[in-house]
Ligand binder design. Structure first.
Ligand code: HEC
Length: 438
């Protein structure tokens, strides 16, 4: 606030008591943009321009409403379609409500009035309250600034007795270069092999397409911390390691980054365990269903070259030993560069077919979707539940990611893409965060 404005405020004793002026930046628009956009669009943030303050936002206002109307911004791919409306809302859903969109639209139509200057909310907090373990790289990574790079770091949280993880958060030191980060737990039995594969603890391992371990968090800049609900924790055995895969994207210039991770570990056994239920990636029958382009030998996971919309569907039942109550808290779709869509549903014993997620897929905007509901309201799986996962891909030049893939492979034309671990292969995975009674 300028000195002159501050003075006016003192004289009029009006600061904060002036009624907000609807339809202006300081009236209501700024608060929407601060909470829904400025987590990324701020000085030093990941986005290419700031929307944090009036002067910046008013300059971009027409692009803003355009990106919102097209559903490009804020990046969030879960849909409500006539065919799929999940029973619960998503926690921390960043999308603008219809009323907020209208407020933004009216503001743009009125040429972006500023209104009476007053305090605006700051961007939503992304810190993890009560964190007690800090995992920091021993050696930072220097990103090229000209191409996408996937780099893994392995950390040792030095767990010596059984504990429960109740939260985690990611902190890049050069956020403008960090596009997303996947956080995985490496079980003690895999620790030695993973240390060898990643070249040691705390050091960058380049060309790390596929992070080792079980994913617990898919993080985007501006996203809040992973905070498990009360009475829920992820069991952590002694010797467990933490691996992160950082996607560095070209942001111009060379960036030096040392992304750290904060964990919140507890000694108290929670009432519910959080685990990962990974469904998908079926290479053949019986789980993989017949689809277009299958060879005479039967269903196969092949995305034919030049196919603009290839679909594969998989149906999976549970392990036969599933006797405990199992509820789905979150869904993290996972595919590679050519993916465009994922849908997951569960067929219950009583014949109800419950849609769990219907989501666009954008490799650059991977994230987890968590239901905003009490634990006993969450979708239930039992031993007879059948889970269906459907994925779609565009393996043609209408997919803007295809040139990226071909460049990486040194090829000029699309090729038949198969199931596999590297980004040159494809995947169709629904990672469900599930809770089970302890
Ligand atoms: C999670 C981070 C994030 C959030 C939240 C976010 N943006 Fe963006 N935005 C970006 C990034 C990064 C880009 C650069 C393009 C890209 O990588 O997709 C971008 C690009 C844009 C563009 C340019 C699009 C184009 O086609 O050139 C506009 C306009 C925009 N954002 C507006 C908004 C508005 C308005 C909001 C809030 C309603 C918002 N963004 C929320 C990260 C974000």
């Amino acid at each position: 606030m300028s000195a002159r404005l501050a003075l006016v405020c003192i004289l009029a004793s009006a600061c904060g008591t002036e009624p907000p002026q609807p339809g202006t930046w300081y009236g209501d628009v700024g608060a929407i943009v601060r909470t829904k956009c400025a987590g990324c669009h701020r000085p030093g943030g990941i986005a290419p321009f700031s929307l944090h303050d009036y002067a910046d936002a008013v300059e971009e206002m027409r692009r803003m409403i355009d990106a919102v109307d097209k559903g490009i911004m804020p990046p969030f791919s879960a849909n409500d379609t006539p065919d799929c409306v999940p029973r619960h809302r998503w926690r921390g859903d960043p999308r603008l409500t219809d009323a907020e969109k209208q407020t933004l639209r009216d503001w743009v139509a009125a040429d972006g009035p500023e209104g009476l200057v007053r305090d605006l909310p700051d961007v939503p907090s992304t810190t993890l309250e009560g964190s007690n373990v800090e995992l920091v790289p021993a050696q930072p990574f220097e990103s090229s600034g000209t191409r996408d790079q996937f780099v893994c770091f392995l950390f040792d949280p030095a767990v010596t007795h059984e504990q429960w993880l109740t939260g985690s958060q990611v902190f890049p030191t050069a956020p403008e270069f960090v596009h997303h980060v996947n956080v995985d737990l490496v079980p003690p039995g895999d620790a030695e092999a993973t240390i060898a594969a990643l070249g040691g603890i705390g050091v960058p391992k380049t060309q790390c397409d596929n992070p080792p371990g079980l994913p617990i968090q898919s993080w985007l800049p501006g996203n809040p911390a992973l905070v498990l609900p009360k009475d829920v924790g992820i069991p952590i055995e002694p010797g467990t390691l933490v691996a992160i895969q950082v996607h560095y994207h070209p942001a111009g210039g060379i960036g030096t980054d040392a992304t750290s991770v904060s964990l919140r570990l507890s000694d108290d056994k929670p009432a519910w365990n959080y685990e990962l239920g990974v469904y998908g990636n079926a290479a053949g029958p019986p789980n993989l269903q017949p689809g277009p382009g299958d060879p005479a030998s039967g269903p196969a996971f092949i995305i034919p070259a030049n196919s603009p919309d290839h679909v594969e569907t998989m149906i999976m039942t549970h392990r036969a030993d599933l006797s405990r109550e199992l509820r789905v808290l979150s869904v993290t779709p996972h595919m590679h560069l050519l993916g465009t869509y994922q849908r997951a549903s569960v067929l219950h014993a009583n014949g109800d077919d419950e849609c769990l997620i219907d989501s666009g897929w954008n490799f650059d905007w991977q994230r987890s979707y968590t239901y905003d509901a009490d634990l006993d309201e969450l979708p239930l799986f039992d031993a007879s539940s059948k889970v269906t996962v459907t994925c779609r891909w565009d393996n043609s030049f209408s997919n803007p990611n295809l040139p990226r893939l071909l460049y990486d492979k040194g090829l000029a034309a699309p090729y038949d893409v198969r199931l596999g671990l590297t980004t040159a292969d494809e995947m169709c995975l629904a990672d469900f965060g599930v809770v089970t009674p302890n």
